[in-house]
Ligand binder design. Structure first.
Ligand code: A2P
Length: 329
């Protein structure tokens, strides 16, 4: 199997290489690609040096699988060319997520949406993946009427330039600004462009992607996305109004019995999920599970995950693993 990775020099791309190695995904040839400025650069894959190639050269090599993590513009430009050669494409950008014919997949929730003839599969946004995964069993058990989401997002979700901005500020150096404001000792409610109603692109991703993944267009969802000077993971305060009544201990049980979800919920002993400790882990951590007394059927959760891993790279490689297990790859 030949795998091409477009965006191999980015934060998510580098993580994808690590996870391909960790999970021992079998391949005969690996083609890392990036922008023209990185072509020829050497990176290490499975302990061997590997030269970064141009996307055009990768298309000519006709890989069986092309994984994209290079932004929406690059995906729009090149994904179809890979698909036309028969490759499966897993794209981490927002380019195709809204298209009805493109499955938007969190494997634990809706891998069944992928068929053998699917060519392009979208990896959801990081904050959507980590939320939809633990709320999916709640949705199936109790139904969900409404979600109110507030996020506290790591700078790594923006990319390498944002991490550099944070560290430049800490070290008192000037440099390129990934954000319109200083991020160190600050936070801002700004994730992507704002629409005419004042919602940010990241907020709309949470609304639209959650509905699509759960196949639940009727769920009412509102979100506020906030960037904070943190590495390691995104945190989310999620308020859920269910259709049916529940007992909080049953919800806790349900989450404890969901493989891939780890409940950390003993606030009296200062035990709850935190990004510092989610970093490097593939699980999604849930704590502060408690009734919302302002509603008949309301529950609050605090959800944390490593946004570069389960929020991006791990989820994409799980999709690849699904294709391999089905023997479609
Ligand atoms: P490069 O390193 O050459 O800029 P991040 O999200 O961490 O900023 O990473 C973005 C990734 O997408 C990088 O690997 C970057 O390569 C890659 N990339 C950006 N633009 C293009 C492009 N036009 N064609 C291919 N890869 C691109």
């Amino acid at each position: 199997m030949v795998i091409a990775l477009i965006g191999a020099t980015g934060l998510v791309g580098e993580m994808m290489i690590r996870i391909l190695e960790e999970q021992q995904i079998p391949f005969t040839k690996f083609i890392p690609c990036a922008s023209e400025r990185s072509v020829g650069k050497e990176i290490t894959v499975q302990g061997k040096p590997c030269k970064v190639q141009s996307v055009e050269d990768a298309i000519k090599a006709k890989p069986n699988l092309a994984i994209f993590s290079a932004g929406a513009a690059t995906a729009r430009k090149y994904a179809a060319a890979f698909a036309e050669t028969g490759a499966y494409v897993i794209d981490n950008s927002s380019a195709f997520r809204g298209m009805e014919e493109v499955p938007l997949v969190v494997p634990e929730v809706n891998a069944g949406r992928i068929t053998q003839s699917t060519r392009i599969i979208s990896n959801p946004n990081c904050s959507t993946i980590q939320m939809v995964f633990p709320i999916s069993p709640i949705y199936h058990e109790y139904g969900i009427k409404r979600l109110v989401i507030s996020t506290y997002q790591s700078v790594t979700g923006t990319g390498i330039n944002a991490v550099r901005q944070l560290f430049n500020e800490r070290e008192g150096k000037s440099g390129e600004m990934a954000y319109p404001h200083p991020i160190d000792l600050n936070c801002f409610p700004h994730g992507g462009d704002f629409d005419e109603h004042g919602d940010s692109a990241e907020e709309l991703k949470l609304v639209n992607e959650t509905r699509k993944i759960l196949d639940a267009p009727g769920i009412q969802i509102t979100a506020t996305v906030v960037r904070i000077p943190v590495m390691g993971g995104h945190s989310e305060a999620v308020n859920i109004e269910t259709e049916k009544p529940f007992r909080p201990e049953d919800v806790r049980n349900l989450l404890e019995n969901t493989p891939g979800v780890v409940v950390q919920d003993n606030p009296q002993n200062s035990i709850y999920p935190m990004p510092k400790y989610a970093e490097g882990r593939d699980e999604v951590f849930v704590g502060r599970i408690r009734r919302d007394h302002s509603l008949d059927n309301g529950i609050n959760l605090w959800i944390v995950a490593d946004n570069l891993r389960k929020g991006a790279a791990t989820n994409a490689i799980q999709i690849a693993r699904y294709l391999i297990d089905k023997q479609w790859l």
